[in-house]
Each structure stands twice: as structure tokens, then as C-alpha cells.
Design a protein around this ligand. Structure first.
Ligand code: ARG
Length: 458
């Protein structure tokens, strides 16, 4: 026998390299609070059903509380020989309270223990992430409201298409995040079931009360099947899928922010505190924060693929492979929190360069569709109107002026049904104001959309 907690049937100690190779304590110790909460609930359940006495349960609780303090104060001596967070804490408990500590693991396995810990850990972080997401969304709504009237070019194919309001563009980002928040809540709902009591894989012969320990830990109910309980990591995959989509959205927004801060676009100013300089080019102010968020999307997508691949060939029930779930999941959590924080801090600090946006919209013949619609109102079929406007644009391009800068006579060369009132529809203000329906870009609609969104967020 060796001195490992499971050493009874072993004739020689673990190879030193194998010990390091199989240990997870370096990265799973971050779940110590959840591990202790899970153990306390388990002990309390065992006392309720008479497997432990009340005094034993109290002793265990006091010991675990002391250990939690030791870890928080940085006094706890983590040992790689004890493999993981679970056995480190359990060994210390026995050191502190003696023989009763050895009773804690009755009717339990590290397999249901670790499944419980990860769910509890992820649940806590989901709650933090939900709050940060909401802070970002609130910042977006404030900015969208301030920019409800600001006119910019809207793009398709990154070519100027039609004028839109900046507020409307920001609300498009807001919608993406609303779906993300919804997916996050959905993930939380499905993960919030207690695997505790599944033990190694088959359940346990003690008269346990799984509903009670589930309730103590704030789970909605115990999981249905013991084999599934110890082998399911869907919740981690779902969280990473949520993260991938969230980062996809933040990355798209980042790409636009990077473009917009360039001299060629010159649509916005990011405050200096969100940018960095160049060690060689003194004039530079680089949008590092959005660039990095865009870049972090790659590692998040990697984590999603890592977890899917980790699970795809595992036979039931628990396999040691599952230990590999933690690093991708934890890094996804950390990265999502950092990116959300960066965005939530940065978005309210964006300053729009209204004149420059306006000029860009004007330069791109953004009101050409409005001219076509004008001709349709005067009786021309849309395809003919399209042709007329196309020829007008070619003419204006040659003269290097905007459509609104052509004279009435010049416009009439292309269609004699054009009259003086055409200039009303050729303005950018007229164009955006005309798109005044649910979901449209008109300033009035943007303000209404902000109002609805605020109510939905609250
Ligand atoms: N450290 C392990 C993990 O992360 C805990 C469960 C180990 N169970 C076992 N039977 N080896 O998955």
C-alpha cells in the first residue's frame, strides 16, 4: 500500500512524472469555494438521513470553514501529490478534525463531486457575466440615444449604401447582445441540476436524499440519471458556444471600431486611455483594445472545438479525459469577462465625429435609392427609375458632385417628371426620416427602440 488516498491496492508509489501529468490541482484549485460548499451540503444531507451524526456534521462544517479561510488568506499548502482540489481539501480536513474527516466521502465519489463543483463554479461566473453584459448593453443604449440623430453612411459590401443613423447602428449591436444574454440564461437553466449522489457512476447504497442536497446548493432539482450525471459536460460546451457567438459579435463590432478610428474613415474618436502608441512612429494612436478583442475570438473558438472534441468519443461514464474540460472552460470564462469589461468601459467613452460621418454619407451617393423611390411615386416603374438614377449618378460622378448638387435642369435630362420638390428627398435628413417604421433607421424610431430596450433590460 502507498500513502495515496486510494493507495490500498498499489504496490509501488506513482511515478513522479505521472503524478504531475495526472494532477489537476494547479488549475482546479480555483473551484475551492464550490468544492467546500458541495462538501458541506453533502455532509448535511448525510446527517439528515442518519449516516453521520449531527456532531460529526458540525465538525466537518467547522473544519471546512477553517480551510476556506486558510485558502483565502493564501496559507493553504497545495500539494501535487494530492492530485486535485478535492483530495487536497479532504486531506487537510482529516488533518484538522481527525477520523471524522475520513467520513465525509461516504456515499460520494470525486466523479459526482467534480461534476457538482464545475456546475456551481460556472453558475457563479454566469451570474457575473450576465451583469457585465447588462452593463455593456446599458452603455450601448445611452450612446444610441445620444446618437439617435447622427447621420452616417450605412454600408453593404463595405460600399456606401444608404444613410443610417449612428444610433440605429449601435442598436444593431445591442440586438446581437440581447440574443447572447438569452443564450446565457438558457445555459444556466440547463446546468442548474445537481449531479451529487450519482457517486462514481451507479449511485450509492446509502439512503441518500438527493433532492435535499440539490436544494441546499440552490439547484432546481437532482439530475435524472447517475451515469449521465458524472459524464455530462454539455453545460461547458453550451457556455463555450455562447462565448463563441458573443465574441463573434464583439469581434465584428471591434472590426468596425478599428475601421472607424482610421484617418480614412474618421468616424469616431476613442479616448487615449483605450489606445496605445508605437515605439517607432510618434504619430500613432492604435486601437489596441478592439483589436485584441477581435483577436481573442480565435482562442474562444478554439476552446469550443477543444471541448466538443474532448467529449465526442468518450464511452459512459466518467473518464479521466474529463479533467481536460477545465482549462478551456476557465479560460473562456476569464476571456469573456475581460472582453466584456473592456467593451463596457469603452463604449460610453466613444465620441462620434458627426461632420465627418455626414460628409462620408454625402460623398457616397447614399440617397440614390431615395431618388428612385421619388420617381416611383411620380408613376415610373421601379426598374425604369433605377436606370434613370444610375445615369444621374454616372453624370454626377463625372462632375464630381453629389446628386443634391446637380441643378434641376441637369436632373431633368434623365427624366422630365423630376420637379423642384426632388431636393427634399435628396437630403440625408429626409432619407433617414423617411424610414420611419418599426425597426427602421429614422431618429424617431431609434428613440422608440431605445425606450423599448430599456424596459426589456430592467
Ligand atoms: N480531477 C478530476 C477531474 O477533474 C476529478 C475526478 C477524478 N476522478 C477519478 N476517478 N479519477 O475530473
Amino acid at each position: 500500500s502507498t500513502n495515496q488516498q486510494w493507495g490500498g491496492r498499489f504496490a509501488e508509489p506513482t511515478d513522479a512524472f505521472v503524478q504531475r501529468f495526472t494532477a489537476s490541482v494547479d488549475f482546479d484549485q480555483r473551484m475551492f469555494r464550490q468544492d467546500i460548499a458541495g462538501s458541506k451540503a453533502h455532509a448535511k444531507m448525510l446527517a439528515k438521513v442518519g449516516v453521520l451524526t449531527e456532531e460529526e456534521c458540525d465538525q466537518i462544517h467547522q473544519g471546512l470553514t477553517q480551510i476556506e479561510g486558510e485558502i483565502e488568506r493564501g496559507e493553504f499548502a497545495w500539494s501535487v501529490e494530492l492530485e486535485d482540489v478535492h483530495m487536497n481539501i479532504e486531506a487537510r480536513l482529516t488533518q484538522l478534525i481527525g477520523i471524522t474527516g475520513k467520513k465525509l466521502h461516504t456515499g460520494r465519489s470525486r466523479n459526482d463531486q467534480v461534476a457538482t463543483d464545475i456546475r456551481l463554479y460556472l453558475r457563479d461566473e454566469i451570474d457575473n457575466i450576465e451583469q457585465e453584459l447588462q452593463r455593456l448593453q446599458t452603455g450601448l443604449l445611452d450612446l444610441a440615444e445620444r446618437e439617435a440623430e447622427t447621420i452616417m453612411p450605412g454600408f453593404t459590401h463595405l460600399q456606401t449604401a444608404q444613410p443610417v443613423t449612428f444610433g440605429h447602428h449601435l442598436l444593431a449591436w445591442f440586438e446581437m447582445l440581447t440574443r447572447d444574454a438569452d443564450r446565457l440564461r438558457d445555459c444556466r437553466k440547463r446546468l442548474n441540476q445537481s449531479p451529487l449522489g450519482a457517486a462514481a457512476l451507479a449511485g450509492t447504497s446509502y439512503p441518500i436524499d438527493r433532492a435535499y442536497s440539490a436544494e441546499l446548493l440552490g439547484f432546481s432539482k437532482p439530475t435524472e440519471n447517475s451515469l449521465d450525471s458524472v459524464s455530462d459536460r454539455d453545460f461547458a460546451i453550451e457556455f463555450c458556444a455562447f462565448s463563441s457567438l458573443l465574441l463573434t459579435h464583439l469581434s465584428r463590432a471591434s472590426e468596425e471600431l478599428v475601421l472607424w478610428t482610421s484617418a480614412q474613415f474618421d468616424f469616431i474618436e476613442l479616448p487615449d486611455r483605450f489606445c496605445t502608441g508605437s515605439s517607432i512612429m510618434p504619430q500613432k494612436k492604435n486601437p489596441d483594445v478592439p483589436e485584441l478583442v477581435r483577436g481573442k475570438t480565435g482562442r474562444i473558438n478554439g476552446h469550443l472545438i477543444a471541448l466538443l472534441t474532448l467529449m465526442k468519443s468518450q464511452p459512459l461514464a466518467y473518464n479521466k479525459d474529463n479533467q481536460e474540460d477545465k482549462e478551456p472552460l476557465f479560460d473562456a470564462i476569464d476571456t469573456v469577462k475581460d472582453c466584456l469589461r473592456a467593451f463596457a468601459d469603452m463604449i460610453p467613452a466613444i465620441r462620434s465625429k458627426k461632420d465627418s460621418m455626414y460628409e462620408a454619407a454625402k460623398r457616397g451617393y447614399a440617397t440614390a435609392t431615395d431618388l428612385a423611390d421619388y420617381l416611383v411615386c411620380k408613376g415610373l416603374p421601379f426598374r425604369d427609375a433605377h436606370e434613370v438614377v444610375g445615369r444621374s449618378v454616372a453624370f454626377a460622378l463625372e462632375k464630381n458632385v453629389d446628386l443634391s448638387e446637380l441643378t434641376l435642369e441637369q436632373l431633368q435630362q434623365f427624366s422630365d417628371i423630376i420637379s423642384e420638390d426632388v431636393f427634399d428627398v435628396l437630403t440625408l435628413e429626409g432619407s433617414v426620416a423617411a424610414r420611419n417604421h418599426f425597426g427602421g433607421t429614422a431618429p424617431e424610431q431609434v428613440k422608440l427602440a431605445v425606450k423599448r430596450a430599456r424596459e426589456a433590460l430592467a
